[in-house]
Design a binder for this molecule. Structure first.
Ligand SMILES: NC(=O)c1ccc[n+]([C@@H]2O[C@H](COP(=O)([O-])OP(=O)(O)OC[C@H]3O[C@@H](n4cnc5c(N)ncnc54)[C@H](O)[C@@H]3O)[C@@H](O)[C@H]2O)c1
Length: 257
């Protein structure tokens, strides 16, 4: 799908990788961008900086109602939705047992599931409902979905039970969704990033980040958010990539801790 003048919904687009994708799609590819996020200050600031082809809508991806209203707002504002990049997520430690040897309470696991996995399905499905109403480009494409997973989906570290499980769930959506939506001209892919320097990573202890950096294989550095944005553009533009998970991680395979 050509990106010029297309409308791209980006969840988590007020920060980090989502914001980098929003900037790249708009400035380098000529897209219109709708940012779905809960961080109003950062969302309004991003939209202001990006100009009139950007639109911020306060959205909680874990709420059906909130996403329904946000999708309607985008359709009223821009007239259509052609692609969505589902980057909103929350991190956080979660082990099977706490330090006291007791089973970890379920609340955190459930909350992370609601945002990182249910939220992805929620936005994908409600955007897809709009995409199927688009005229197919080149006779075949009505929309593209990119769901953001993580290297933790494959090699989760100790303490990443909930995060890894939600990110593996995102990959699990790929094939059934691509098979179902392929029939109506919508492709579904995932990106599993390695370590990129974003506000999410900045919340980690400096020692943890330094240790993680040592595990990056080649090139030996953190990813540049523009490299992530470039990968999103490639997936949107290449009509033959479907049902795939792209590991964008400089061959990193994180160890247990
Ligand atoms: N940064 C990395 O190294 C890295 C590595 C692997 C995977 N990822 C994944 O990439 C994506 C982006 O990560 P990032 O580092 O840019 O994170 P970030 O924390 O910078 O941005 C996440 C954004 O999601 C928003 N958000 C959180 N909960 C939300 C909700 N319920 N509804 C709407 N918005 C919500 C936050 O307000 C924030 O703006 C995430 O899915 C993350 O899991 C990041």
């Amino acid at each position: 799908m050509q990106i010029q003048d297309k409308v791209i919904v980006i969840t988590g687009g007020a920060s980090g990788l989502g914001l980098a994708a929003a900037r790249y799609m708009l400035e380098e590819k000529g897209a219109k961008v709708a940012i779905f996020d809960l961080n109003d200050a950062a969302g309004h600031q991003a939209a202001e900086q990006l100009g009139e082809r950007a639109f911020y809508v306060r959205t909680d991806v874990s709420s059906e109602e909130s996403v329904r209203e946000a999708v309607q707002a985008v359709v009223s504002h821009f007239g259509a939705i052609h692609a969505c990049i589902n980057a909103a997520a929350i991190p956080g430690p979660s082990k099977v047992l706490g330090k006291d040897g007791k089973a970890t309470p379920l609340a955190k696991f459930a909350q992370m599931t609601m945002v990182n996995l249910v939220g992805v399905f929620n936005v994908m499905s409600q955007c897809a409902e709009q995409m199927v109403t688009n005229e197919p480009e080149a006779g075949e494409e009505r929309g593209v979905v990119i769901n953001i997973s993580s290297g933790a989906a494959f090699e989760g570290q100790i303490g990443q039970c909930a995060y890894s499980a939600t990110k593996a769930g995102v990959i699990g959506l790929n094939i059934p969704a691509a098979r179902e939506l392929g029939a109506v001209g919508v492709r579904v892919n995932a990106i599993a990033p390695g370590l990129f320097f974003t506000p999410m990573v900045a919340t980690l202890d400096t020692k943890v980040v330094e240790a993680l950096k040592l595990q990056v294989e080649a090139p030996k550095r953190l990813g540049d958010p523009r490299e992530f944005a470039h990968c999103c553009a490639f997936i949107i533009e290449n009509a033959y990539i479907n049902g795939e998970t792209v590991r964008l991680d400089a061959a990193s395979r994180l160890r247990a801790r």
